[in-house]
Design a protein around this ligand. Structure first.
Ligand code: AHR
Length: 524
């Protein structure tokens, strides 16, 4: 783990150096790149997203029947274009909490004959006009990988098995005939299936203890694999980090029982800044790293006792900033639940998550921002159009780093203790490497609210070209937000600069509260 050894030896000196009031620039940070220290490939599925039947995500978000902004299928064309530009690779559906009360058979067949149902997860009315075939058509249309989450709350093993058969059966069964009658001749071949959503949370319909969940999920997994043995399964891991809840025990039980069947275990984390302390907010990376590393260790422990261990990765399949906008309880379609209006500091928080995923690229192989449109989302619509929220821009830029090699860079930066707990560095860093283009993308979040940090960037072997690409997200006002007709305030700048060189090292000053992605070309 990159901040450890180097930091330990330097902590005292750095603490003393920064005890004095900060001047505008202090040349105290150092980053060392070593292209031999490859962590793993940045899986394209790290740039997944999530669409739930909740508020205006589906209805009025991606699907708006009769709108002049939609195509003949009812898909909003402006949202599809913005989703493509965001670099989204995967979409998870239908929930979320919604999944735990959902009967997929309600959402197939002629639309006008589908039954309206109570959505008791969110206290809404579900028309079922958007269902499995609409979702899978949508994914095909925008070129992303679908990921379906079964109902492991109030649902049954047989419902899950039949859903796989309906989607993926190539032969002539009653369910395959039904799919064909509904317009889809060839199997959809849905590869990724979630074994339920947040079953560890008491807020979940059909919440269970770990043993009961694992028993259900094991039988569901075996039955679903009978319908299609090629599918990949994601177990419901920890989402409940409330004090006193044994989240580590949950994962231990789930992994022990399911290690022979699953390909991923999920983690969910939402964060916020309710007490308005910027540096504390951006220190949550410690929790993200901890959660990932604990589960990574648990996977290893489970595999050690398996005769033919199956590779298991982490799917961080819900993550975002979410703490201001909560759901209402009105019983109507399209109510406005969870419509967070994101600001500049939230955009910086995106990079904290993504840096953590990249630093753990050898185990985090899927991640899904929650969610895509309107509901805690980077894209926001109304009947007349849409705008891009502040968080859109770092997400889109990081997505360009898919398939690159994640590098274990060495980082030394002034430290702080936001809540009297463990110290952490002001610079939160990840890096990716494209060996063919010999380019390193250095992703640097300066989470100091007030200090610019002059930094020496060295390459262990060889020279870095001083001509560097600089992508930067900065705004004076941490609380700057976007709205309709005014979404250009928090936008990245891009330029090529010539950095001051000193031997094989370069100097760059990362501005206070900023995200910078340096594109550095290494000499042959
Ligand atoms: O994304 C919003 C909700 O957050 C999801 O439905 C649930 O899984 C999580 O608690």
């Amino acid at each position: 783990m990159m901040f450890t050894m180097f930091h330990l030896t330097r902590t005292l000196a750095i603490a003393l150096a920064f005890a004095a009031p900060a001047s505008a620039q202090q040349p105290a940070a150092r980053i060392k790149i070593d292209t031999d220290r490859v962590i793993g490939e940045v899986d394209p599925l790290l740039f997944g997203n999530f669409t739930e039947h909740l508020g205006r995500c589906i209805y009025g978000g991606i699907f708006d029947e009769g709108s002049p902004l939609s195509d003949a299928a009812g898909f909003r064309k402006d949202v599809m274009a913005a989703t493509r530009d965001l670099g989204v690779t995967m979409l998870r559906w239908p929930g979320g909490n919604f999944a735990s009360g959902y009967d997929w058979t309600d959402g197939i067949g002629p639309r006008d004959q589908r039954p309206p149902r109570r959505d008791d997860a969110w206290g809404a009315l579900e028309s079922n006009r958007f269902g499995t075939d609409e979702f899978l058509t949508y994914c095909e249309r925008i070129g992303v990988t679908p990921y379906l989450c079964i109902n492991a709350g109030l649902g049954t093993v047989d419902m899950a098995r039949k859903w796989v058969e309906y989607c993926n059966e190539p032969g002539d069964t009653a369910l395959a005939r039904m799919r064909r009658k509904n317009g889809r001749q060839q199997p959809w071949n849905v590869k990724y299936w979630g074994l339920g959503n947040e079953i560890d949370g008491p807020w979940q319909l059909g919440h269970k203890n770990a043993e009961d969940y694992a028993t259900f999920a094991l039988e569901a997994a075996k039955a679903m694999r009978r319908a299609d043995e090629s599918i990949k399964l994601i177990a419901s891991g920890s989402s409940n980090f409330r004090p006193g809840y044994d989240w580590i025990g949950w994962n231990r039980t789930v992994l022990e029982k399911l290690k022979g069947e699953i390909d991923y275990i999920s983690l969910h984390t939402y964060i916020g800044n309710p007490d308005n302390k910027f540096e504390k907010f951006l220190a949550i990376s410690r929790d993200l790293d901890d959660r990932i590393e604990v589960v990574q260790g648990q996977i290893k422990a489970a595999q050690l006792t398996a005769p033919n261990p199956r590779p298991i990765s982490i799917a961080f399949d819900e993550w975002n900033v979410w703490y201001r906008a909560r759901g209402g309880s009105e019983f109507e379609i399209g109510r406005t639940g969870l419509e967070e209006n994101y600001n500049f500091e939230d955009a910086l928080a995106m990079s904290m998550f993504l840096n953590s995923f990249v630093r753990h690229a050898n185990v985090v192989r899927m991640a899904n921002l929650a969610q895509l449109v309107n509901v805690i989302a980077p894209i926001f619509t109304n009947k007349q159009g849409m705008y891009l929220q502040t968080i859109y821009f770092p997400l889109a830029e990081y997505a360009k780093q898919k398939n690159r090699q994640a590098l274990d860079v060495q980082v030394e930066s002034p430290q702080y203790k936001p809540d009297g707990g463990r110290a952490l560095g002001y610079l939160d860093v990840s890096a990716t490497w494209d060996p063919r283009a010999r380019t390193v993308f250095l992703n640097v979040l300066n989470r100091s609210e007030k200090m610019d940090l002059a930094t020496r960037i060295a390459n262990v072997e060889g020279r870095i070209s001083p001509q560097a690409g600089v992508w930067q997200l900065y705004h004076d006002d941490l609380k700057a937000t976007h709205t309709f007709g005014d979404d250009r305030k928090v936008r990245p700048t891009e330029k090529t600069v010539t950095l001051a060189a000193n031997g094989n090292a370069l100097s760059y000053t990362f501005p206070k509260h900023s995200l910078t992605i340096l594109k550095l070309k290494l000499a042959d």
